[in-house]
Design a protein around this ligand. Structure first.
Ligand code: NAP
Length: 310
């Protein structure tokens, strides 16, 4: 069995491979991509096979991802599942704004508890920063919820380093979730020195760059969902990325593994990255990605991969 790791300073123990569920009920993000029963089966496959961390958010659906996860986790022992969710998005007329005010976050937790059909959330994140709320005040509200047993640990997501430092001024932040993958490596310089020093787990999102780094696309692939707007999927940049991925394929072949496994395994060699949450749209992807926790890359290959994406 793969060794579990702790989330930040909390006593929450997770399998290093979690499941990103923005495609499960995330009809606003991946229109017509997978139906709800397929989505629930993706989650069940994870929970049946040793994955315990499920990563969702209010805005996936919106609301529907949390609701579907709520339906699935009722089928399991609650203590065997680690549910992470996020809030900050507020609908004002036709606009979506961010709100980190204590009142909004507290209501957000209450609403998420109902959708998830549970009486506690293991990891609750402020999904995005707003412009107004002092971050220590926002996290202070989450600390109150933690003291009341409604949440078990505190996360922030998409915060700048300064916002993270402010949020963590009393040492309450367990997890920072931010965009990080081999094609977007800013976090190594921006966050890792601070997160490793302060015992904050860094959970990368888009670890596979929405599937690109899984190594299955070729120059003729086309995209119609949120990937269509991502420069990494367009023109020469897309072709350059495919070339880099082909170089990883040579390394993957040596290990007898798939490109996705090697890419995911590489993240564990980075400071404060102990947990990853690759998304999946099919049960076989969930099972496949678990391989990553069992691969040990040689130092030489860690460097080679780093150099390919330098
Ligand atoms: P990702 O993990 O980079 O890519 C996941 C996609 O890659 C899957 O949906 C699947 O898409 C493909 N894939 C996965 N495993 C594969 C395999 N073994 N072989 C081939 N293809 C595979 O992107 P993501 O799911 O968007 O991000 C991960 C999680 O991070 C999300 O689910 C969400 O929970 C979280 N997230 C958080 C934020 C935030 O603001 N905090 C933002 C974005 C995401 P296809 O089959 O369609 O190729």
């Amino acid at each position: 069995m793969v060794k579990h790791v702790k989330l930040g300073k909390s006593d929450i123990s997770v399998n290093p491979i979690g499941l990103g569920t923005n495609a499960v009920g995330g009809h606003n993000l991946y229109p017509n991509m997978l139906d709800e029963e397929q989505g629930k089966n993706v989650v069940r496959t994870a929970l049946d096979n040793g994955i315990n961390l499920l990563d969702t958010a209010f805005i996936y659906g919106p609301k529907r991802s949390e609701e579907l996860i709520g339906e699935v986790i009722r089928e399991y022992n609650r203590e065997d599942v680690v549910v992470a969710t996020k809030a900050a998005h507020k609908f004002v007329g036709n606009d979506t704004v961010m709100d980190n005010s204590p009142a909004f976050l507290k209501q957000g937790v209450e609403d998420a508890l109902k959708r998830l059909q549970t009486d506690y959330i293991d990891l609750f994140y402020i999904h995005f920063p707003d412009e107004d709320t002092p971050k220590a005040e926002a996290v202070g509200a989450l600390k109150e919820l933690k003291d009341q047993g409604k949440i078990r640990s505190i996360g922030v997501s998409n915060f700048s380093l300064d916002q993270l430092k402010e949020a963590n001024q009393d040492g309450y932040v367990d997890v920072l979730q931010g965009e990080y993958n081999l094609l977007k490596r800013d976090a190594e310089k921006t966050y890792f020195p601070y997160t490793s020093e302060n015992n904050i787990t860094f959970i990368p999102y888009f670890p596979l760059e929405s599937g690109l780094l899984a190594g299955k696309y070729d120059k003729d692939s086309t995209f119609s969902d949120l990937r269509a707007d991502n420069p990494n999927f367009q023109g020469q940049q897309f072709l350059d990325n495919l070339e880099k991925i082909d170089k990883v394929r040579e390394i993957a072949d040596k290990y007898g593994e798939e490109v996705a496994h090697i890419v995911l395994a590489w993240y564990f060699t980075q400071p404060s990255v102990d947990v990853i949450i690759p998304g999946a749209k099919r049960p076989d992807q969930v099972l496949s990605n678990q391989r990553a926790a069992e691969i040990s890359l040689s130092e030489e290959d860690v460097k080679k991969i780093s150099d390919i994406f330098a």
